[in-house]
Design a protein around this ligand. Structure first.
Ligand SMILES: Cc1cc2nc3c(=O)[nH]c(=O)nc-3n(C[C@H](O)[C@H](O)[C@H](O)COP(=O)(O)OP(=O)(O)OC[C@H]3O[C@@H](n4cnc5c(N)ncnc54)[C@H](O)[C@@H]3O)c2cc1C
Length: 581
């Protein structure tokens, strides 16, 4: 069974020494969120997560969810652990106090998410979707809707869902057919079927609040005719008590490759009573408020699994004796190929953590900084980073899950060790909340073009400022400057070629997202090396500087190859008829 110990020293190093999380407490809204307060809370969350949630991971995977008589049973122990989790305040940690949340930084919420996802990513989806649903209603709901639903979603006493997907409408939400017909009293009757709905039915909470994408009878076709609705499992009376069961039921649950402890439901809406959230036909914009934050959350799921894979592989490699290495060592960690895999895992996980937490901080700044210009710049960073965090952290979770199995050898393929579960659990992260192909298109088609192309230019300037000048860390600063030059050249090529041949951008998008992310990680490794250079713990310092060296010499050069690949025109490949493939 995979074990999990929260990497507290790493987390504190990134927050305090690399990103200066203390700067958040200079914003009036977070005056009390000093580094000491955040640090204490992270340590406290880690205890609950390691003690109560991590032990559910393997048994929950083996047991899975069951559907009988319209009710879904989650794995043994989930209901109890979820109650402890929300009652301890971890679901609502970053939700606003106005609705009963704790009002602490979003960044802190993401650190807790990372740890929860490492411990049990399937379990983490119950609170994760709840916060997503909360955010959607908060952004667009009327006061009445907010007062009715948000207080219990904010704390996690009720759970939430996101109901978008239908059999014919996956990436293309314009094809959604679910109908919402006005009842004449301000409410709507929803008819239709949704598939793949995470946490769609269970009895872990007293009520489930569905955030549903549907269309009214007279709406235009495509995405412009979609609206959002709140549809509770149990209707809520005027005094807040629960009323009759609403007309939404679970017709089946999916049997899937991974995340077995998370129930994935087909839901049928048969005249279910719902209320419109936001203005008519603005559903796609409303959903995107929630989806953008949900994409960052999925990135945290990826980061959590990267950490789990890495720490288990390193522990196993230190223990497993097999053959004699060239350096005389007897455990597999002394074999260069095993060392290569472990360093790849460590360099990826620790570098990605900086990118993910920094994105969390930009969300906080974009929402709360008193200066509008600072908020605007932070929002640029959120826009740019979201597809990187979602795409890179989740692709890496699959890669690192596979590397963990490789490090374990045949034992990794056997269930008992738990690393094959990481590989199975990781794949879905690349698919939901917009596949990673869609993330890459978002980066290339939207984020490179937004506001006259200023988003990537901000990034290039920042990396150059950090890596230029006299510094003892030339071993990483120099390849980083070369990487950023190549990335800029490729960005300009994409911005130009998109105007005349959009297929080029589509063909190169996934490789470009990886090249961009690796450059970002190079920037992170430079900052980590600087922060660790004078660290009082010699072993920590040595590990950081060596991993930075590994990243600079073995991973950062991949940017050159990826960029050259991106700049290869796709015309001949797209002209090939589909029949001959
Ligand atoms: C376990 C699980 C949980 C889920 N949870 C939820 C949930 O809670 N709520 C919810 O609403 N949905 C949920 N989903 C659905 C999920 O979000 C969709 O599966 C996902 O959006 C992809 O849609 P699709 O499966 O129809 O694939 P398709 O859209 O058919 O995509 C197939 C392939 O084509 C590519 N593709 C499609 N369109 C384009 C394009 N325009 N450009 C480039 N490439 C493209 C995709 O990248 C992909 O590689 C869940 C799915 C699963 C399996």
């Amino acid at each position: 069974m995979a074990s999990y110990k929260a990497p507290l020293r790493e987390i504190h190093f990134v927050l305090d020494d690399v990103l200066n999380v203390g700067s958040l407490s200079q914003m009036p809204v977070f005056a009390e969120a000093t580094p000491d307060v955040l640090s204490g809370l992270i340590d406290e969350a880690a205890k609950l997560i390691e003690g109560q949630i991590a032990p559910l991971n393997a048994p929950g995977d083996a047991e899975g969810c069951k559907l009988a008589n319209g009710e879904v049973t989650v794995p043994n122990g989930f209901t109890d652990a979820y109650r402890q989790y929300w009652q301890a305040g971890w679901v609502g940690i970053a939700n606003p106090t106005e609705y009963g949340g704790t009002g602490l930084p979003y960044t802190l919420g993401k650190v807790v998410d990372e740890m929860t996802c490492s411990a049990d990513v399937a379990f983490a989806l119950y609170p994760g979707l709840t916060v997503g649903c909360f955010e959607g209603i908060l952004a667009s709901g009327s006061d009445e809707i907010k007062q009715t639903y948000l207080p219990k979603l904010a704390t996690g006493e009720w759970t939430g869902t996101m109901c978008l997907t239908e059999p014919q409408a996956g990436s293309d939400l314009g094809a959604v057919k679910t109908k919402a017909t006005p009842n004449g009293d301000g409410s709507f009757a929803l008819e239709g079927g949704k598939i793949f709905i995470t946490s769609g039915e269970h009895t872990m909470a007293d009520n489930i609040i569905h955030f549903v994408l549907a269309r009214t009878p007279d709406s235009p076709a495509g995405v412009k005719g979609l609206s959002t609705f709140v549809v509770p499992k149990f209707l809520v009376n005027a005094d807040g008590s629960l009323g009759a069961r609403n007309g939404v039921r679970c017709t089946s649950i999916e049997h899937k490759m991974g995340i077995h402890g998370s129930c994935t439901c087909a839901l049928q809406f048969d005249g279910a009573k719902g209320w419109m959230v936001g203005a008519p036909n603005t559903g796609i914009q409303n959903m995107f408020v929630m989806m953008n934050l949900a994409r960052i959350l999925v990135g945290m799921q990826g980061l959590g699994l990267c950490e789990l894979a890495t720490q288990n592989a390193i522990a196993y490699a230190k223990d497993r004796k097999q053959g004699k290495a060239f350096n005389g060592g007897a455990t597999i960690i002394d074999h260069p190929d095993v060392r290569r895999m472990l360093l790849t895992m460590k360099a990826t996980t620790e570098g990605a953590r900086v990118m993910a937490y920094e994105t969390g901080m930009y969300v906080d700044i974009s929402h709360h900084h008193p200066d509008a210009a600072v908020r605007e710049e932070a929002q640029d960073w959120v826009e740019l980073n979201t597809p990187l965090v979602k795409g890179f952290c989740t692709d890496s979770a699959v890669d690192l899950g596979s590397l963990a199995v490789q490090v374990y050898g045949g034992h990794g393929f056997i269930r008992e060790h738990g690393v094959e579960q990481i590989m199975r659990d990781a794949k879905i992260l690349c698919l939901y909340e917009g596949t990673n192909g869609i993330q890459a298109m978002d980066l290339v088609r939207r984020k490179l073009m937004l506001n006259g192309g200023r988003l990537p230019q901000r990034f290039f300037a920042k990396v150059r400022a950090e890596s230029t000048g006299d510094m003892p860390l030339g071993f990483i600063a120099k390849p980083l400057r070369e990487a950023v030059d190549e990335l800029e050249k490729t960005t300009l090529w994409l911005q130009e070629s998109y105007k005349t041949n959009p297929d080029d951008a589509g063909f190169g998008a996934v490789d470009f997202l990886r090249a961009f992310s690796l450059t970002y990680l190079g920037f992170n490794w430079l900052r980590m090396a600087k922060a660790a250079a004078n660290h009082s713990d010699a072993a920590f310092r040595e590990a950081k500087l060596n991993t930075a060296q590994f990243f600079a010499s073995r991973m950062l050069p991949q940017v050159q190859l990826l960029c050259a690949t991106v700049r290869t025109p796709a015309a001949s490949l797209m002209q090939l008829s589909a029949e001959v493939l």
